[in-house]
Write a protein of this length. Structure first.
Length: 233
């Protein structure tokens, strides 16, 4: 296996690369984590000789909150430039939303309210044959979000919906994906996301995620096996 390194942009301490980082390490793939919230520099572009791909994680901020979180603007630029250059990209939750906004889509509050817990991912026909997401339909995934992609960018392909019809996964290009759910999140990480406003709903959600640990690991380890291939094959 050729050694590889992924550039990972993290937005807050409670939303790390977690399981995906562990699974990539098992494959000999390193991660170069840049913390926007700690003023780590966000490059204007990636050198494929240094970084085999770009991963942008989730966070509590909104995809349009650039005024409050200045690193979101260069992150959007980096996403747009990376996808245009054909560099593998994976956006998770906020990362998925940032990519959608950067490419001309629309992000806003989910009309159905907060999505919280372990919920199924309903693949579309395109998702069933997608090189990253193909596999059993209705796999459970961790969800915690208030915002969603309300309108996909031009030329993006919808790969999955949620139970309410909301967009859960998009392919932005041949090697560029956005996921509204959290394949990287272990029950231990999810437990740190509780807020005072969640109350009993979070306790129920956490119990779901703990109960589904084996299913979640088995379902989403495949992402670390497929991304950022073929550059690391």
């Amino acid at each position: 296996m050729t050694s590889a390194c992924l550039l990972v942009i993290q937005h807050e301490p409670e939303a790390p690369i977690a399981w995906l980082g562990q699974w990539w390490a098992e494959r000999g793939i390193d991660v170069d984590v840049r913390r926007g919230d700690l003023d780590h520099p966000i490059p204007a572009h990636l050198d494929p000789q240094v970084h085999a791909g770009l991963v942008v994680l989730g966070g509590y901020m909104g995809a349009n909150d650039d005024d409050e979180h200045a690193w979101l603007t260069p992150t959007k630029t980096l996403i747009r430039e990376s996808i245009a250059a054909g560099i593998p990209f994976l956006g998770i939750c906020l990362g998925h939303q940032l990519a959608s906004v950067a490419l001309g889509g629309l992000v806003g509050r989910n009309p159905a309210g907060r999505s919280l817990g372990a919920h199924p991912v309903l693949l579309t026909a395109a998702g069933e044959s997608d090189p990253l997401l193909r596999g059993p339909n209705r796999r459970l995934a961790v969800h915690y979000n208030d915002d969603i992609v309300l309108q996909a960018p031009p030329d993006a392909t919808v790969l999955a919906h949620g139970r309410g019809g909301e967009i859960l996964a998009l392919r932005f290009g041949p090697r560029a994906w956005g996921l509204q759910f959290h394949p990287e999140t272990s029950p231990e990480v999810f437990a740190t996301w509780a807020t005072e406003s969640d109350g009993a709903a979070f306790a129920i959600a956490l119990a779901e995620v703990i109960d589904q640990r084996y299913h979640l690991e088995r379902s989403w380890r495949v992402l670390a096996e497929r991304f950022p291939s073929p550059l690391t094959a």
